[in-house]
Design a protein around this ligand. Structure first.
Ligand code: SF4
Length: 745
């Protein structure tokens, strides 16, 4: 089967007219003197960066005093990702640089795995150790027995290295643990993904539907700003969530749905739109296939049917469907981002995509705009060797529609008793704390014990570094160049990251680390530029810029080649699907052995005395990456568990009391968590922020603070379509300190 990703075309290929930012290198600013608060005028130097605290990659300016101290980080006014404003985490990014707990030198393990006994070594020794081991694994089992798990800006260099080495086992947990189902669902429907940042035209929308999507707590900067503007202009927000989230507080409709029943609501909305002629008939007739099958499919999915499943009243289902139809096509049923919930996630997001199609919002103002991305040439490299085996040969036939390697499949392929087609023997883990990112920690630890090599590249001593054979300490984003940020947006644009300040410790950038490894592995030809800035300057000159210009302006936006941000009324659009149309009925899924139209599945409900574990984000933290950041721990240093008052009363719990959580498999949280009693959560669920409960003692600020949701996620519902790990399938109960002691006996 040909993967849909190969059909993707991004519309803007060249550089058009140029919009220049007005940057200067020096600035004067008034700052308060520590102590007496008196204001003094100081010289500040500024350098451009783009933020690495989350994947939104907002471009900004780092200001530094003449003594070399970083003073502040602010947004770049010309940046489409942030419009000149950073979120609290982004402004707190400076804390990454000044965190005393950072990794400061390369280290080799000297005791058994997990005991965290290392010796400091030189970079030469660490690199030689890794390349000798990689060569040994390659000669014994083949290069595809090495796997890369990666996240963040360094991924592109390590990807090149791995491909040159002969392995395409390159997994980003952001696929199978986060956004993969939505990408595949939108590919299957429109032939195109929703990208990052998402191509949601929130600024011009008249109705935004959020299903388990917490914009505002999920601090996706541009979206938050656009949503706020849309609300000011009178847009209707409809939030579907078992929890009264921040977004729910801004909504005209809050639908506190019974968890795990979202599909029933989506099908009922489709029924309402179709059987009341509220859908965009002209758009569907012109652009879509499979409408008749869809109409027949949703015939019985009335609001009354959905009420019995979702607990959302029929009248509310009807009113919200009408609200969407009235706003159409300026309406967005948001595709979400972290959508790996119940294992039927690709199908659920297919339902979201179909709903958007019925409303005619794809390609329309206030719906989804057409993105443009600058084509920046890469330096011509030798061809990559064809890998003898790919990740799919480890478990033939599994996850046939996955367009990226599945991290959990690679972990499973590292455990011999799973009988993989071939075994993974070595991991390089870059910028992702696999222990807290991948559910079922026991499985990950079992895989680690079978490895012959585990390399961790990170800025902080995370849980994963404690299990590594070799730790390579990367410098923070404030100390390095990185690849140009080239992302699709309304206009094609680029942003530069450059060192803002001197390196504090014996660290290196991701590019330097990768090139050292390449040289040691005999793969230097894939990294012809010794210094990354030489490559950047070469690339920038190909797009009518230069390193010097980008150091001055930070962000450069180009004009679109055509005025085609939205479809015009008479436009004949050819969609990059097999049929050239929007596929309401998916032949693509059917041919792969999956339902061509999304179906509702009933999922297990919590047993007596247990509650569904729901997790989410806080605006001041990003996963577990920021939990030790001194600036951000000041804002939030632990998580709490939200419990409905009715449940708290039954259990005799009071606010601010510390309790332990125990899941359906008897796993008890390592650390206690504070109780927050609130009406904002349904009685059948509890909620906590992800990324706390760290067991890594080397992170002093966050060790033992709060509880880890990942530790309690031992039951995983894997999406058969693309391998995503459904993680909202776990239930917890409460234990007090006394029973915790009893549990430990
Ligand atoms: S949203 Fe915030 S943390 Fe993420 S890149 Fe932008 S400023 Fe940084």
């Amino acid at each position: 089967m040909t993967n849909r990703r190969t059909f993707i075309k991004i519309s803007i290929a060249g550089a058009g007219a140029i919009t220049l930012g007005a940057g200067t290198i020096k600035a004067m600013d008034w700052i308060s003197k520590p102590g007496n608060g008196e204001s003094v005028k100081v010289d500040l130097k500024r350098t451009p960066t783009y933020c690495e605290v989350c994947f939104w990659k907002c471009a900004g300016w780092v200001y530094k005093t003449s003594e070399g101290r970083i003073w502040k980080i602010i947004g770049n006014d010309d940046d489409q990702h942030c419009s000149g404003r950073l979120c609290p985490r982004g402004t707190g990014g400076v804390g990454m640089y000044y965190d005393n707990d950072r990794l400061k030198t390369p280290m080799l393990r000297v005791e058994e795995r997990g005991k965290q006994v290392f010796r400091a070594v030189t970079w030469d020794e660490a690199i030689k150790y890794i390349s000798d081991k990689m060569k040994d694994i390659s000669s014994k089992y083949g290069p595809s027995s090495m796997a890369l798990f990666t996240h963040g800006s360094g991924s592109s260099y390590l990807t090149t290295l791995f491909k040159a080495f002969g392995s395409e086992n390159i997994a980003e947990p952001s696929y199978a643990q986060c956004r993969g189902p939505r990408d595949e669902a939108f590919f299957a429907t429109f032939g195109e993904e929703v990208y990052s940042p998402e191509i949601t035209d929130i600024r011009d929308t008249k109705c935004l539907v959020l299903i388990g999507s917490h914009i505002g707590e999920n601090m996706h900067n541009g979206q938050v700003q656009e949503m706020s503007d849309a609300i000011d202009k009178g847009a209707t927000i409809i939030t579907v969530d078992p929890r009264f989230s921040t977004a729910a507080g801004k909504s005209k409709f809050w639908l506190p749905i019974k968890p795990a029943t979202d599909m029933a609501l989506l099908l009922a909305w489709m029924h309402e739109l179709i059987y009341n002629n509220l859908y965009d008939k002209k758009y569907i007739d012109k652009y879509a296939t499979g409408f008749d099958q869809l109409k027949e499919h949703v015939k019985d999915f009335t609001p009354e049917w959905a009420y019995g499943i979702t607990t959302i009243k029929p009248d509310i289902i009807r009113r919200t469907a009408k609200e969407m139809a009235n706003a159409a096509p300026a309406v967005i049923v948001h595709p979400g981002r972290h959508v790996t919930w119940y294992g039927d996630d690709t199908q659920r997001i297919r339902a979201v995509a179909i709903l958007n199609a019925l409303l005619g919002s794809w390609g329309r103002r206030g719906g989804f705009y057409r993105p443009a991305k600058l084509s920046v040439p890469g330096f011509a490299l030798p061809a990559f060797p064809k890998p003898a085996r790919t990740w799919q040969d480890a478990f033939p036939g599994k996850f046939p529609i996955a367009s990226s390697p599945v991290s959990n499949a690679l972990i499973d392929a590292s455990i011999p008793e799973n009988n993989p087609g071939y075994q993974i023997r070595g991991w390089v883990v870059n910028g992702t704390n696999l222990i807290t990112t991948i559910p079922n920690q026991a499985n990950t630890l079992k895989a680690i014990q079978n490895l012959e090599l585990l390399v961790a590249i990170d800025t902080m001593p995370m849980e994963i570094t404690g299990w590594a054979d070799v730790i390579l300490p990367e410098c923070t984003y404030l100390e390095r160049y990185d690849a140009l940020r080239i992302t699709p947006h309304r206009k094609p644009g680029i942003a530069l990251r450059m060192p803002s300040t001197a390196m504090l410790y014996d660290n290196k950038s991701g590019y330097s680390i990768t090139r050292l490894l390449a040289v040691s592995l005999g793969l230097k030809d894939y990294f012809p530029f010794e210094k990354q800035e030489e490559l950047l300057d070469w690339q920038l000159k190909k797009v009518k810029s230069s390193l010097e210009e980008m150091q001055r302006i930070g962000v450069k936006n180009y004009e679109r080649e055509a005025d085609d941000l939205y479809y015009t009324d008479d436009e004949n659009v050819s969609f990059p699907t097999d049929s050239g149309k929007i596929e309401l009925y998916s032949k693509y899924f059917e041919d792969a052995g999956f339902d061509p139209l999304p179906k509702y599945t009933a999922f297990e409900e919590p047993m007596e005395g247990f509650y569904r574990l729901i997790y989410g984000r806080a605006p001041m933290h990003t996963f577990s990456r920021t939990s030790n950041n001194p600036n951000l721990t000041d804002l939030m240093h632990e998580n709490s568990v939200w419990i409905n008052p009715k449940v708290a009363k039954e259990w005799g719990l009071v606010s601010d009391q510390y309790i332990w959580l125990k899941n359906q498999d008897g796993i008890v949280s390592d650390f206690p968590i504070k109780v927050r009693i609130t009406e904002r959560i349904r009685w059948d669920s509890v909620y906590m922020v992800h990324g706390f409960g760290h067991k890594q003692k080397l992170m002093e600020r966050c060790f033992g603070k709060g509880a880890s949701d990942t530790q309690l996620i031992t039951k995983v519902l894997v999406d058969p379509i693309m391998g995503g790990t459904g993680m909202r399938s776990n239930f917890v109960t409460f234990i007090t300190e006394k029973s915790k002691q009893e549990a430990a006996l």
